[in-house]
Design a protein around this ligand. Structure first.
Ligand code: HEC
Ligand code: HEC
Ligand code: HEC
Ligand code: HEC
Length: 375
């Protein structure tokens, strides 16, 4: 029985394949006047008759690739993209109706976008650099600390830096100096600081004042699973230890025994003697670290990567939207949705999961201020 069903399914899918390969059977041509009347009746309130979003957060449809608009509506219909109103509106539309309204919008000239002068083109990296000026007197030039007991921030994971500062504010970590520092800062500013420091090159350290690196190495056997090989972390929530100030490492490990709150770390440190702790600190402090490579320094470098797909519509297997001139808020919302797994596209999720809100806002500002592509 199973094999029967399987073979039926198989032959069905084969039929499906051959049908796909053949030229699409002449689908009835889209009817532009029908499309316009549907737009007038159903879509105008939000997308206008000119295809421009009526409010921030509503995408422009004018001049968008027809294939992409069709694919989006199919996704709203079958629930892959969630939007209650669109699902209801499109549920009862026939295929020719959908094709017609999509053809109508795709054929319109792109909407004129907001003058670029109104949009602040910010590079989170540059802003982070400016915010980091007062930190240099303790954390060193470019985040390379030369003060025993003060951590190096260069090359540190951006997400971790934000968490660490929040922990000082919440009192999970006790340090009078850092507890008051940056209190009241916006999360966005902390993320910018994180991006800036992550991209700095950590300096190689000389022999540490305490401990024995050779004796420390075997004791780190179970640390690498989280902190990465030789202490270079590849996980945003876990700090790199490579190249860190040795005295700071000693202090922070001991802090987990007393006041610093982190259930996982408290467990790992509990069994270590003071001697072990010094040797481990010595080992990690002399390891070579590297700047984090997930952080391009300018928005331009970043969008060059994006445009490999978004500028072209050449790959028939992939349906990619145009983004130049798109509504800024809509771009912010959709990028966050991909990053946070609320909109399905594993490709776009992989592309965006490392981006902070600051990064996403800059990308959106950049695209929305570009002149829209001609047809
Ligand atoms: C109540 C307001 C509203 C109405 C009416 C509306 N839309 Fe939308 N539309 C939106 C919003 C908001 C989004 C973005 C939703 C999201 O985040 O996925 C959207 C997204 C879309 C998209 C995806 C665009 C992209 O760039 O991914 C298409 C296509 C679309 N709408 C077509 C239509 C059509 C066709 C109609 C009329 C049949 C219509 N919409 C009516 C608000 C509306
Ligand atoms: C007056 C000196 C001083 C200044 C100025 C200072 N810090 Fe610190 N910072 C410290 C010390 C000391 C520690 C270690 C505290 C501890 O043991 O937890 C620290 C810890 C940190 C940590 C935790 C690092 C880790 O590996 O867990 C971060 C993140 C940090 N500082 C960021 C900043 C930023 C960003 C600024 C500038 C806005 C700044 N600090 C300014 C002295 C300073
Ligand atoms: C299960 C994952 C995991 C393992 C295993 C682990 N760590 Fe950690 N470690 C973390 C996380 C997550 C943090 C950040 C916690 C926080 O915010 O306080 C951390 C923080 C630290 C810090 C503080 C760094 C800083 O910049 O403030 C040190 C030092 C440290 N770990 C050393 C070790 C050592 C040594 C071992 C092995 C004996 C080890 N860890 C094993 C996950 C782990
Ligand atoms: C490998 C090809 C590829 C690259 C590179 C790529 N994208 Fe995409 N992007 C896609 C595809 C395919 C979709 C449509 C996914 C879907 O159906 O939701 C998409 C959708 C989007 C959307 C939704 C737009 C809309 O109208 O709904 C945004 C925003 C976006 N990408 C931004 C970016 C940014 C920013 C970058 C660079 C950091 C980027 N993409 C890089 C392929 C790519």
């Amino acid at each position: 029985m199973k094999t029967l069903i399987l073979s039926i399914l198989l032959s069905l899918s084969l039929i499906g394949c051959t049908e796909k390969k053949a030229e699409p059977k002449a689908a009835p041509a889209a009817d532009l006047s029908l499309g316009k009347s549907i737009a007038e009746r159903t879509c105008k309130g939000c997308h206008g008759l000119e295809g421009g979003g009526a409010a921030p957060g509503i995408p422009h449809l004018a001049g968008q690739r027809e294939r992409y608009l069709l694919a989006s509506i199919a996704e709203y219909k079958d629930g892959k993209r969630t939007h209650a109103a669109l699902k209801d509106m499109t549920a009862n539309m026939s295929d020719p109706e959908v094709r017609s309204v999509v053809a109508y919008y795709a054929g319109l000239p792109p909407v004129a976008n907001v003058a670029a002068a109104n949009i602040q083109l910010s590079s989170p990296y540059q802003e982070g650099k400016a915010l980091a000026v007062p930190c240099a007197k303790c954390h060193g030039e470019d985040g390379n600390s030369k003060t025993p007991g003060t951590p190096t921030l260069a090359g540190q994971q951006a997400h971790y830096l934000v968490t660490a500062i929040e922990e000082y504010h919440q009192g999970d970590r006790k340090a009078a100096i850092m507890g008051s520092m940056l209190r009241g800062s916006k999360k966005l500013d902390l993320e910018k600081l994180g991006l800036y420091y992550a991209a700095q090159t950590p300096a190689q350290r000389a022999a540490p004042p305490v401990g024995d690196p050779v004796a420390g190495e075997p004791a780190t056997a179970m640390c690498g699973g989280c902190h990465g090989a030789h202490g270079v972390s590849t996980d945003g929530a876990t700090p790199s230890l490579a190249g860190q100030d040795a005295l700071y490492l000693v202090n922070s490990m001991k802090a987990y025994k007393k006041s610093r709150q982190n259930w996982g770390m408290q467990r790992y440190i509990a069994g270590l003697s003071d001697k072990d702790i010094e040797n481990i600190a010595a080992f990690y402090s002399v390891q070579k670290s590297a700047p984090s490579d997930v952080v391009p320094s300018t928005v331009k470098e970043l969008v060059d990567k994006c445009n490999r797909c978004h500028d072209a519509d050449s790959n028939p297997a992939m349906v990619v939207p145009k983004m130049n001139g798109q509504d800024r808020d809509y771009l912010v919302m959709s990028l966050r949705a991909y990053r946070d797994g609320k909109r399905q596209s594993s490709m776009m999720h992989n592309m965006s999961f490392a981006y902070s809100n600051a990064m996403i806002e800059s990308i959106a500002s950049w695209y929305s201020s570009q002149p829209a592509d001609k047809h």
